[in-house]
Design a protein around this ligand. Structure first.
Ligand SMILES: Nc1ncnc2c1ncn2[C@@H]1O[C@H](COP(=O)(O)OP(=O)(O)OP(=O)(O)O)[C@@H](O)[C@H]1O
Ligand SMILES: [Mg+2]
Length: 410
């Protein structure tokens, strides 16, 4: 390793840490049918050593392309990529380390195990293929194989032909093969998408447990929010080639930055801000399509017309009795459609011509037409940038025409 510093987001030199991945100002365009499509637009992020970091976003947003640039399978048009201070790609200097020299563990959606080899031969393959570089004796390779198989709990299966494993076991084999070189970085691109739902759930916790055991810095790519939430230390939400927001799963869910993030990670109600508040600090009153709503003006950006208020269905407080006087954000509503789902009850509640979606404990029994009080707790109302219109699917009150301004609930 001859380079011991790396570039931060602002381009300044920063001390490198082993296993830390920095991606700065990454850009990539593809030309198809004489048209240039900018697929990655100025993407920067840092993954700290040992972190499980997930790129989450809809199909086609550029997740795999970002990962392929980091793997060296794709060459970015612009940007700087370094791991542990080792520069892998830099558009300014022209530096570019070939994929085979990067020594990362990788598992893709189609995890391509060798059908004619045994489990142990599959796992050993990266070490044999790069024997000169790894400089390991046969005995050392055998010990490494044993260790990697134990890590994914396949130690009993070394001698078996790889195709005679179940889907989940093949998945674990692919992981063992990715880990055998003890990589600094593990790159996983939708590795669970070929598995059935039950196995996928099981593999999520297996994968996370394995990652915590090995401490390998991991970049995971998925469009599945449950996968992202259940495994990640940090989630970066991506849309149309841009990183929109990154943070811990809880932060992404409860403090989304935009309507896109709010609607992509779970169901939500969106209220359009029709008039900004008079004050800019503390608890302020914002005019919306259901009337004035109190919110915390905590963001460093002034609240503007065209913003939206996000409130999650489980945060709505629904009561038949009026809440005590003095409580803010209490609206009269009527239950439209209660749906009992066993673990909870979903209610559509009409409030001033808009429909709000609510999720309540199943012990609450509501009927269509019930008059209720709907409280939107002030600390659960989050102002985000972006209009509610055109985001997600909208539910309209009966008899009301669907229009761009009728977009209370999703
Ligand atoms: N080699 C290529 N040539 C031209 N266009 C490409 C190429 N690879 C990807 N693209 C385009 O770049 C965009 C981003 O693709 P990418 O595979 O990164 O998306 P993704 O977020 O991984 O999507 P998915 O969730 O469906 O896997 C898409 O519009 C895709 O069609
Ligand atoms: Mg992809």
């Amino acid at each position: 390793m001859n380079i011991v510093s790396t570039k931060g987001r602002d381009g300044s030199a920063q001390p490198a840490r082993p296993g830390q991945l920095t991606v700065s100002h990454l850009e990539k365009a593809f030309v198809s049918r004489q048209e240039t499509v900018q697929v990655i637009k100025d993407v920067s992020f840092t993954i700290e050593p040992g972190q499980f970091f997930t790129l989450l976003g809809p199909s086609g947003c550029g997740k795999s392309t970002t990962l392929r640039c980091i793997a060296g399978l794709e060459r970015a048009d612009r940007g700087h990529i370094a791991v542990g201070g080792r520069v892998l790609a830099d558009s300014e200097t022209g530096a570019f380390v070939a994929a085979s020299e990067r020594d990362f563990g990788m598992v893709f959606q189609s995890y391509a195990i060798w059908p004619h080899m045994t489990v142990a031969q599959n796992v050993a393959f990266p070490l044999h293929a790069n024997r000169r570089r790894h400089k390991l004796s046969r005995k050392e390779i055998a010990a490494r194989v044993e260790e990697a198989l134990a890590m994914v709990r396949l130690d009993q299966y070394g001698g078996r032909i790889a195709t005679k494993l179940s889907g989940g076991q093949q998945q674990r084999l692919a992981l063992a093969r990715a880990l055998i070189t003890r990589p600094e970085l593990l790159l996983l691109d939708e590795p669970l998408s070929n598995l059935d739902a039950g196995l996928r759930d099981h593999m999520r916790s297996e994968l996370r447990a394995m990652q915590l055991r090995t401490g390998v810095t991991t970049l995971y790519v998925t469009h599945d929010q449950a996968e992202a939430f259940s495994m990640s230390d940090v989630i970066a939400v991506m849309d149309s080639g841009t990183l929109i927001q990154q943070g811990a799963p809880r932060e992404i869910y409860s403090r989304p930055a935009t309507t896109f993030v709010a609607t992509f990670v779970g169901r939500t109600n969106l209220l359009s801000v029709t008039r900004p508040p008079a004050q800019t600090t503390g608890v302020v009153s914002v005019e919306t399509n259901i009337g004035p709503v109190l919110v915390n003006a905590e963001s460093n950006r002034p609240i503007a017309t065209g913003d939206s208020i996000v409130i999650r269905p489980e945060d709505l407080q629904i009561t038949v009795e009026a809440p005590p006087a003095g409580r803010g954000n209490v609206f009269a509503g009527r239950v439209r459609r209660p749906v009992f789902l066993g673990e909870n009850v979903e209610l559509e509640i009409e409030v001033r011509g808009e429909v709000l979606m609510s999720r309540q404990h199943p012990r609450f029994v509501f009927a269509a037409g019930d008059e209720v009080h709907v409280e939107l707790p002030v600390d659960r109302c989050v102002v985000v940038s972006g209009a509610a219109a055109g985001v997600g699917s909208h539910i309209h009150a009966p008899g009301e025409p669907a229009g761009p301004d009728k977009n209370a609930a999703v």
